[in-house]
Design a protein around this ligand. Structure first.
Ligand code: TRP
Length: 453
């Protein structure tokens, strides 16, 4: 059987760790809290949870299925399946957009990962001790205002990512993930504990879990949907690639539940750690992308042993970002390797350099180009920097659309029996899943989309 030529995960645990490593990252700890704050709190969180359950889970399962049925990289899997199920080759665009999106996302992801590195250094030099909120704000704006510092940390983060993809040392990474992900959870528990004992915890909890729909805009709903894709690493072909290494006996539904629960719990814990600090210090929840960098150092600066916790936290944040960044670079490298005469090493260097170069656009968006709004002629994009646009077009456009295509393909182009045999779910659960994949998830994406236009 030709299938045997394609590598497989060494175990179910290895697969889950890789999927969790990809999905848990800056999206959970950096992006989720600041988006919640920008979109008004509880109502956003509720819509986000609904999107995860009704759209995220069916699409995650669909992407793994496409990979397992295709047994190849995302583009090749899609082209094989379109031939096998006699569908239009246009579906292959799912894979193509995935590569483009991964490239765009990684370019700014690496800059934010660089912020995390910068904060490891700050924490290690005990720079958080005793700071008040104004000083913490200054520390962050000082970093953003300095393109050279941003560029250096972005370069280091990119080098770390390129290093792993070059070395293919995923075995070591797997072992590290097994240790560091639980460590991240433990540290988040400590931070939530600190938040619970030092002031505005009730206010923070109410902010996160009491929905006030008057504060949620249509764009907020689209943001919640887009973030469900971002945080689960959907719509980029990454989960298709992971599915292609998946042995037949692994249960896709159960694995999806594990990954989604882990991912969601970590995001909610980050929210619970951050918002009480925001309210206790009369900071603005809507501070934007700097939110965690302007709040957590306040907490570290005031708790006993805060120096150590600060360093540990940013180390773990960078680690989580790193495993996600690897999962973004890998598909670009594979694609280049297959499409061009480049060797694996050459492809890694080219993809890494190209991503690093595009990252400079994000670096400059926070200082030299902070007043430049390239699409400012359109009212919708008024005041949005290049970084804002990169984030907007990937999370709110490319990810939902490719994810939509993937779930439509699985729901409508692959036969019922084939799906049922592959998913090995009970009849009831399977019917529910298929209904979600055919109707709920696609309609959800379409409605949110049209609503925000
Ligand atoms: N999910 C990661 C996070 O939340 C980011 C990420 C990794 C990603 N791979 C992806 C996002 C693919 C979209 C698509 O930080």
């Amino acid at each position: 059987m030709s299938k045997q030529s394609h590598a497989q995960w060494s175990s179910r645990l290895a697969f889950i760790l890789a999927a969790v490593g990809s999905s848990v990252g800056l999206g959970n700890i950096w992006k989720f809290p600041y988006m919640t704050g920008e979109s008004g709190g509880g109502a956003f969180v509720l819509i986000y949870l609904v999107c995860i359950a009704l759209v995220g889970v069916p699409i995650l399962m669909s992407e793994w299925l496409i990979g397992r049925l295709g047994q190849r990289n995302p583009i090749a899997s899609m082209s094989l399946l379109t031939r096998r199920f006699k569908r239009s080759p246009a579906w292959v665009l799912i894979g193509v957009f995935g590569i483009l999106g991964a490239y765009l996302i990684l370019s700014f992801y690496s800059v934010i990962g660089g912020w995390g590195l910068a904060y490891i250094e700050l924490g290690a030099s005990n720079a958080f001790a005793g700071l008040d909120s104004a000083a913490v704000g200054d520390m962050f704006s000082g970093l953003l205002a300095d393109p050279t510092r941003l560029l250096l940390w972005h370069s280091l983060f990119m080098l770390l990512t390129i290093g792993v993809v070059l070395g293919g040392v995923t075995g070591g990474l797997e072992r590290a993930t097994k240790l560091l992900m639980p460590a991240l959870v433990v540290l988040l528990v400590v931070l939530v504990g600190y938040a619970a004992t030092s002031g505005a915890f009730a206010e923070g909890v109410a902010y996160l879990f009491t929905p006030d729909f008057s504060r949620l805009s249509k764009d907020g709903v689209l943001a919640a949907l887009g973030h469900a894709f971002f945080t689960l690493s959907l719509g980029m072909g990454i989960m298709i690639a992971y599915g292609s290494y998946l042995p037949q006996e692994v249960n896709i539904g159960r694995s999806a539940l594990i990954v989604v629960v882990m991912d969601t719990v970590i995001a909610l814990m980050a929210g619970l750690a951050i918002f009480p600090v925001v309210f206790a210090n009369e900071l603005s929840p809507a501070a934007g992308p700097g939110l965690i960098f302007q709040t957590l150092p306040l907490a570290f600066g005031h708790m006993t042993g805060g120096w150590l916790f600060g360093v540990l936290f940013f180390v773990l944040l960078v680690f989580a970002a790193w495993t996600s960044a690897i999962s973004l670079l890998e598909p670009i490298v594979e694609w280049l390797e297959e499409r061009t005469p480049l060797s694996r090493v050459g492809a890694t260097l080219v993809a890494g350099a190209a991503t690093w170069a595009l990252g400079i656009v994000t670096v400059l968006s926070f200082n030299v180009w902070s007043g430049v709004a390239p699409l400012g002629v359109f009212a919708k994009f008024d005041g949005m920097t290049m970084f804002d646009l990169l984030d907007y077009f990937t999370s709110k456009l490319i990810l939902p659309l490719t994810g939509l295509a993937a779930v439509l393909f699985v729901g409508w182009c692959i036969g019922r029996e084939e799906l049922h045999a592959n998913l090995k779910m009970g009849d009831g659960a399977f019917a529910l899943w298929r209904f979600a994949a055919r109707y709920v998830a696609p309609l959800g994406v379409i409605v949110v989309f049209l609503g925000s236009l």
